[in-house]
Design a protein around this ligand. Sequence first.
Ligand SMILES: CC(C)(COP(=O)(O)OP(=O)(O)OC[C@H]1O[C@@H](n2cnc3c(N)ncnc32)[C@H](O)[C@@H]1OP(=O)(O)O)[C@@H](O)C(=O)NCCC(=O)NCCS
Length: 138
Amino acid sequence: MIVQYDKKYKDQIVNLGRQYDLNFESKYLIDIYKKYLYIDNQNVLGFLIIEETVDESNVILLYVDKNNRRKKIASYLMDYFISEIDNSKPRILLEVSENNNAAIYLYDKFGFKVINVRKKYYSDGSNALVMERMVLHE
Ligand SMILES: CC(C)(COP(=O)(O)OP(=O)(O)OC[C@H]1O[C@@H](n2cnc3c(N)ncnc32)[C@H](O)[C@@H]1OP(=O)(O)O)[C@@H](O)C(=O)NCCC(=O)NCCS
């Protein structure tokens, strides 16, 4: 089941987010971001954090619990988010490390195309791929 963030899930999403970044709460659990949660039996197993600007959406972070990967959880989250995209704002943008094969395969499957490379963007010196997809619903 996918739901939008609610305070009752705060402890769980913070615990999960800390698998990714110890400062998850202050960096990502921000009011202005839209947050989709994947819930199974009351457990938060993944989340998708989106920033909406006036003319586009940015994928800030897509994350799935380490013990629950390759079960299509990220795909469900992306499908849900894409289904909610409004035709008046079809552009989705994201950044991903060129070393993050799992995420690149996933975004590729979802029709994202590389439109730019940001050199040495991450702290480990790796480049960021900027990927884009336009979504227009019938
Ligand atoms: C990237 C991530 C979100 C994928 O989550 P997931 O729930 O395991 O992904 P899904 O099961 O929906 O996978 C969908 C497709 O993505 C690709 N994919 C996902 N994980 C992969 C891996 N480890 N290796 C290769 N391809 C992978 C595959 O094409 C897969 O389809 P398939 O299973 O039919 O082959 C997860 O690995 C994760 O949380 N990684 C750490 C955080 C991160 O890097 N986020 C992205 C940057 S913002």
